[in-house]
Write a protein that binds this ligand. Structure first.
Ligand code: SAM
Length: 325
């Protein structure tokens, strides 16, 4: 299977190298963001592990089916979200499996980005949709119904957009004349709301990212996915997370620090922060792994990727997990 033309997997060599280095040679690997199956197929080819692919997007089913045909007994696919991984892995037929690695490659795939009818891209003319799972509220409803204050909060909180208020005000003004229906229309309003010349990145980038994150509840999803990794990875198993912007990377970093037992509570300025010795993860990448210049040359989209890896220890999880029913 080669879908590389449609989506080039980012930092794949580094992930495979670490699977080898940490002796992840059997058991199950969770590919939590199956996409076009770039990671899953490389793992199936290069290890003896079974792979469980997860993706919330129904459009990836055709890629998953191809892989199922090729690796009948070694590959399973679940059209589910990160927040549902816990339920699936708690089912009796999966509960006995050894989960040896969990991999997250966050954000959207090229499949989603380059299809204009999905509404993710500010460069292609499409409807205001942006739903990864194809259910729930669309971007159209948010852009045309939410108050200026709510919109501004979304742009600021999820996109770090400093011109959030101006953008929100202009959206509300213009939708009062006629509803905003297309990605290009919205991108134009955003660009015109931001003063100054076009910088290296398109002025619509941050706001589009913010709406997408809000619509798909990406922060909650990521947190639940990370917490599931702490619960299900076996001793010595590894967690690999590839993120593409600082918001996501910060969540991963903070989660791992927390699991590493670094309490933010400084009891007295004379004492170091309290350390929990029963840490659930040991951080392998003190600094995130970045793509090589060669990879960026071949795949420009890899330029902002950051990979963090941590190894599960033998201690019980730090985060509370609801008991299975
Ligand atoms: C960057 S792509 C992954 C590409 C994949 N590694 C490959 O090589 O083809 C991210 C994928 O994760 C999926 N995704 C994002 N958030 C998700 C979530 N909360 N639950 C399940 N899938 C999610 C998206 O639908 C998308 O297909």
């Amino acid at each position: 299977m080669n879908n590389f033309l449609e989506h080039v997997p980012v930092l794949l060599d580094e992930i495979l190298e670490n699977l080898k280095k940490y002796k992840i040679t059997n058991g199950v690997i969770i590919d939590a963001t199956f996409g076009l199956g770039g990671y899953s197929s490389a793992i199936l080819e290069n290890t003896n592990c079974d792979v469980y692919g997860f993706d919330r997007d129904p459009e990836v089913l055709k890629y998953a089916n191809k892989l199922k045909e090729k690796y009948k007994n070694r590959f399973k696919f679940f059209q589910k979200k990160f927040s549902e991984i816990d339920d699936i892995l708690s089912e009796p037929n999966h509960a006995k499996k050894k989960i040896r690695a969990m991999i997250f490659d966050l954000g959207v795939s090229n499949l989603q980005l380059t299809k204009k009818n999905r509404g993710f891209s500010f460069k292609l003319d499409g409807p205001l949709d942006m739903r990864m799972s194809k259910d729930g509220i669309k971007a159209f409803e948010v852009i045309n119904n939410y108050s200026a204050e709510m919109l501004s909060n979304i742009f600021y909180n999820f996109g770090d957009e400093v011109f959030s208020r101006r953008i929100a005000r202009n959206i509300v003004k213009l939708r009062g004349i006629t509803p905003i229906t297309s990605t290009l229309e919205l991108a134009d309003i955003i660009r015109k709301s931001i003063p100054g010349k076009n910088k290296k990145i398109d002025k619509a980038t941050k706001s589009f990212q913010a709406i997408r994150m809000f619509i798909n509840d990406e922060i909650t999803e990521l947190n639940k996915g990370l917490i599931a990794s702490e619960k299900f990875l076996t001793y010595g198993g590894i967690l690999c997370v590839v993120s593409f912007h600082s918001k996501e990377d910060r969540i991963v970093k903070n989660f791992l620090n927390e699991c590493q037992g670094k309490s933010k509570l400084v009891i007295s300025k004379f004492l170091p922060p309290k350390e929990n010795l029963r840490k659930s993860f040991e951080i392998i990448t003190k600094k995130p792994v970045l793509p090589s210049d060669d990879e960026i040359k071949i795949n420009h989209k890899a330029r902002s990727a950051k990979l963090r890896i941590a190894k599960r220890t033998k201690f019980s999880p730090i985060f509370k997990h609801e008991a299975a029913a």
